[in-house]
Design a protein. Structure first.
Length: 329
């Protein structure tokens, strides 16, 4: 009896409701070339175990504005893609730690956030389906005993206190194996995670405190240059323009001048790209240089120093809300 093989690349079943935008048509027309290029590069530089990318589609361009190495949203995965997810997990484990049979997950400490816990349940299910024994240990001091959480979906997530006998981290009664982090340690760095003998994915060197978005964009731009030469498109079509406002001055007016000059230069660069690519609409709603809808708040109100927010919303949530492209920290 013949069976149809599971496709190597997922295809969405959403029906098109209108003509493809130019950039989408270019990517689809070069699909086989793109897949071959990605495969060659992933053989040389394997992709992370997991990651999520924020894309912004402006119609005239499609570009990533952020990447998360500790993703959530596993409860949003299409169930039809489960075989592909299981296969990807097995492939990543064989590549990264072929001898591992047990996986210790260290999630974020958002135990009051049921949306985050709902995201963990399908991740656990995928790992178990892939053939791995699983437990979940929390860095949160409040988790001092085995603590189950009953979720609105009917699923259950259980967290246990972490223990460290020697140089290996785990939970009581569970074989110490590979540690899979879903915790970027943005709040604090636990001493329990230092100098471990077991493999840790993603490694501690990739914590959020050791990475900058501006560095990510620099690396991305370097890769995109080669990619766009391959399929003969303008790199701007898949690259967000950005500037790093690196003025480090204790005087607020100096920081504000640095911010203002970079914003104006960025807006002009975007406007020039619209003209060069013959885009028949203005880059902004008003059609003219917008008034900056941001303000610099006192250091006492912002962790990490000078930052940019929009109106009264948080800087992190609003950095990309009103402008297609912008400054990065």
């Amino acid at each position: 009896m013949l069976t149809m093989p599971t496709p190597a690349v997922a295809h969405l079943t959403t029906a098109l409701t209108g003509p493809l935008h130019r950039v989408e048509a270019l990517l689809l027309a070069n699909q086989s070339t793109i897949e071959s290029w990605l495969r060659r590069h992933w053989q040389r530089t394997p992709a992370p175990f997991y990651a999520s990318v924020d894309l912004r589609n402006a119609g005239v361009k499609l570009a990533p504005v952020d990447i998360n190495l500790f993703p959530a949203g596993f409860n949003k995965l299409n169930s039809e893609f489960q075989p592909l997810c299981v296969r990807a997990i097995q492939s990543a484990m064989e590549r990264g730690c072929a001898s591992a049979h047990n996986i210790l997950i260290v999630p974020n400490s958002h135990i009051r956030n049921l949306f985050y816990l709902e995201n963990l349940a399908p991740l656990y299910a995928l790992l178990v389906t892939a053939g791995y024994a699983l437990c979940s240990g929390s860095l949160r001091p409040a988790i001092s005993t085995v603590t189950p959480f009953d979720l609105p979906s009917g699923r259950r997530v259980t967290l246990e206190p972490l223990v460290r006998p020697g140089a290996r981290l785990g939970v009581a009664g569970f074989g110490h194996g590979l540690m899979l982090r879903n915790n970027d340690l943005s709040g604090s760095h636990s001493a329990m995670l230092e100098a471990l003998e077991q493999p840790v994915i993603p490694p501690l060197a990739l914590d959020s405190t050791k990475r900058r978005k501006s560095d990510y964009f620099d690396y991305y731009r370097w890769v995109v240059k080669e990619f766009c030469e391959l399929i003969h498109i303008d790199p701007w079509l898949i690259t967000p323009l950005h500037r790093y406002g690196g003025e480090n001055n204790s005087k607020w007016h100096a920081r504000e001048e640095c911010l203002t000059s970079n914003v104006r230069a960025l807006f002009e660069e975007i406007r020039l790209k619209y003209t060069t690519n013959a885009i028949d609409r203005p880059p902004y709603r008003s059609g003219s240089l917008p008034r900056p809808r941001c303000r610099i708040q006192p250091l006492a109100r912002l962790r990490g120093g000078c930052s940019v927010g929009v109106a009264d919303r948080s800087p992190r949530a609003c950095r990309w809300r009103h402008h297609r492209e912008g400054l990065t920290r």
